[in-house]
Design a protein around this ligand. Structure first.
Ligand code: FES
Ligand SMILES: [Fe+2]
Length: 448
């Protein structure tokens, strides 16, 4: 599917702004940008959406199977997540030789390892003996990767170093070079590591990211200070969490109290390849809503074109936002057709002693951010839905609000009477755009 023709005159007017401040401090926001050079699918607020070049009008293209069926889920894992570039972590997560992290790329477990020369390498995390997953989680293997099962041992570069009772394996002894770990692809941009399970991906990372780097702005997560990570489990298909993230319509309503100070009517988004970059300005120029609420220092390099909310979605499963005081990124990990884990990471400007001397209240506000950013404790599932919604709304926890929304749709999907009505012409056109990208990898017609 071709994207709409690029609009714009060649002027580059990237804008980014922070987005969704919370009362408690650092917000998780979406980072959105727009640029006159990129493909605009939506003109805001009164202009017509040009998404009509994609479809006649924004339409919900996926059926219930895509959200309920384990068969569809398996196809997605294999044909989508197993073949595209996925965000794996930050360069700064792996500072030393032997540092590694693991992730699942669709149907294939991967390991990314920092090499002795400082480069990164990625391998299928599958032992060449009987196929055990070799390492778990994140850590350091400076002496190489050793499989726990029968202790086949691999060098950092994936080559097979040795194996116990080698005389039992004459074919291996005769040709050790054939039994190294299988290569995956790894590359990085802006301090962010991306992997692809394929040794020879269809596109390199630069091509895959399209114009995202042009629109990204000054935020470099590797140079920032990371707040404690947050992880939630959502009883919904992974796509519902992404579709909610790029839905510009719910900002007024579901987040009526949690997302404030931003002019939703001025929202704009930009399609770059399969990725989505969004920006909405402040309601009152110059107010910098996230700084107003958190009181944290401004990140260097953020200018007045990014004082609102800059939100992004890197297809297929990454979202996030940037503001003047924070950068946030989340990864949506599909666990099963109706179960998803979301990993949130939030970054702020690294603080110095001088910052605390200059601003005696800073420590108090930082503590509030550390303990309060989106960690509302929703009532138990046994509480009524209205009570749970009221609880998260009172906490102004927009992540918890989004989780409730995704789960409410998922619960209804199980009904044979479920259907989706019309989408908002401008504010939900992004959902059609996202679903088109999914369908490119997992076409409807290939369902038996
Ligand atoms: S499965 Fe890894 S050494 Fe046997
Ligand atoms: Fe939301």
């Amino acid at each position: 599917m071709q994207h709409a023709a690029r609009e714009g005159s060649g002027k580059s007017a990237s804008k980014i702004v922070p987005c969704t401040p919370t009362e408690s401090g650092v917000a998780f926001c979406v980072f959105l940008i727009y640029n006159d050079n990129c493909h605009f699918y939506m003109k805001s607020p009164s202009g017509r959406a040009i998404v009509s070049t994609l479809v006649n009008e924004p339409t919900y293209l996926l059926n219930r199977e895509a959200y309920l069926s384990e068969e569809w889920f398996a196809r997605e894992q294999r044909e989508l997540f197993g073949r595209v570039w996925l965000f794996a972590g930050l360069e700064s997560d792996l500072p030393h030789a032997g540092d590694y992290l693991t992730l699942q790329a669709g149907d294939t477990p991967l390991v990314v390892v920092r090499q002795k020369d400082g480069a990164l390498a990625a391998f299928h995390n599958i032992c060449r003996h009987r196929g055990a997953r070799i390492v778990e989680g994140q850590g350091n293997v400076s002496s190489g990767l050793s499989c726990f099962y029968h202790r086949w041992h691999y060098n950092l570069d994936g080559s097979l170093r040795g194996l116990p009772q080698a005389e039992q394996f004459p074919s291996v002894e005769a040709n050790k070079a054939n039994f190294g770990l299988r290569r995956a692809s790894v590359d990085s941009w802006n301090g962010m590591i991306f992997v692809n399970a394929e040794a020879e991906p269809e596109a390199d990372l630069q091509t895959w990211l399209d114009r995202v780097p042009d629109l990204w702005g000054p935020l470099q997560p590797s140079t920032l200070f990371e707040l404690p990570r947050r992880e939630i489990e959502v009883q919904a298909n992974w796509k519902l969490f992404i579709e909610n993230h790029i839905d510009g319509y719910h900002l007024w309503h579901l987040h009526a109290t949690s997302v404030r100070g931003l002019d939703h009517a001025q929202q704009r988004w930009d399609a770059c390849g399969a990725h989505w970059m969004f920006y909405e300005p402040e309601l009152v120029t110059g107010t910098m809503p996230d700084r107003l609420l958190s009181g944290l220092p401004m990140i260097d390099g953020v200018d007045e074109t990014r004082y609102g909310s800059s939100v992004f979605m890197l297809f297929p499963n990454v979202g996030g936002a940037g503001g003047v005081t924070f950068f946030s990124i989340f990864t949506v990990e599909p666990l099963a057709a109706e179960r998803t884990r979301v990993h949130f990471r939030t970054f702020i400007k690294p603080l110095t002693e001088r910052d605390f001397i200059d601003d005696p209240e800073l420590g108090v506000r930082l503590e509030a951010s550390l303990s309060g950013s989106g960690d509302a404790k929703p009532l138990s599932d046994s509480a009524s839905f209205e009570d749970r919604l009221a609880a998260v709304s009172q906490e102004r926890d927009f992540i918890a609000e989004d989780k409730l929304a995704a789960e409410a749709i998922q619960a209804a999907e199980r009904s044979r009477h479920f259907s989706v009505g019309p989408l908002a012409r401008d504010f939900e056109a992004s959902i059609t755009f996202f679903q088109q990208s999914v369908l490119r990898h997992v076409p409807l017609e290939s369902i038996d």
